[in-house]
Design a protein around this ligand. Sequence first.
Ligand code: ADP
Ligand code: MG
Length: 203
Amino acid sequence: MIDRQTRKRLLKTVANRVIACADELTDLDRAIGDGDHGANMRRGFEAVLAAVDDLSAKSFGESLKGVGTTLVMKVGGASGPLYGTLFLSLGKSLADEVDREQVVDAFVAAIEAVKARGKSDIGQKTMLDVLYPVLGVLRESGEDLPARLKTVARLAAESTIPMKAIRGRASFLGERSIGHMDPGARSAALMVDAVVDVMEGFA
Ligand code: ADP
Ligand code: MG
């Protein structure tokens, strides 16, 4: 059951983690983009924090949609509409009572929505290269799911280092995008890590 207190903790923890890592995201984006991913994400999640009481007062689905709308309005860049789409889609699928299978279905739909919005796919050095492997682990039931989710998020973000960017601003660099972690992959991994910590009761 994702009650109001859990919703609030989830939103606050995700927002605070992203904000705390804004400089790191900016450095990653400076290497293969225009150096604004950290500032973009900080602006978006500061707006989420400012509205956290109102957002978490709503049902889980509505609060996720509210996060999506806030990110679309505040983040800007390519990542704003894409993360906005992700949260809006998750909000459409998820209710206060959730089990793993519902989260899997919601994640499938959300990844499809991001792909459609970004005209992008797996292997193009984007946030999708974290979201998709995380979905893969979510599909597997069994013990130590939290630890496996955190590990896959980290490794998947690292797996973008040798990739050549095919979508987004980094694709302008062609071969020179190789050798750097994708900033959106890193921000996606940060969010997965934060969600898992809250669901495990560590945050
Ligand atoms: P911008 O590229 O407009 O400056 P940001 O720096 O905020 O926007 O976000 C860049 C991140 O957005 C990239 O690292 C990548 O993960 C993600 N991204 C960009 N374009 C796409 C796309 N078409 N599909 C999926 N993700 C994308
Ligand atoms: Mg950028």
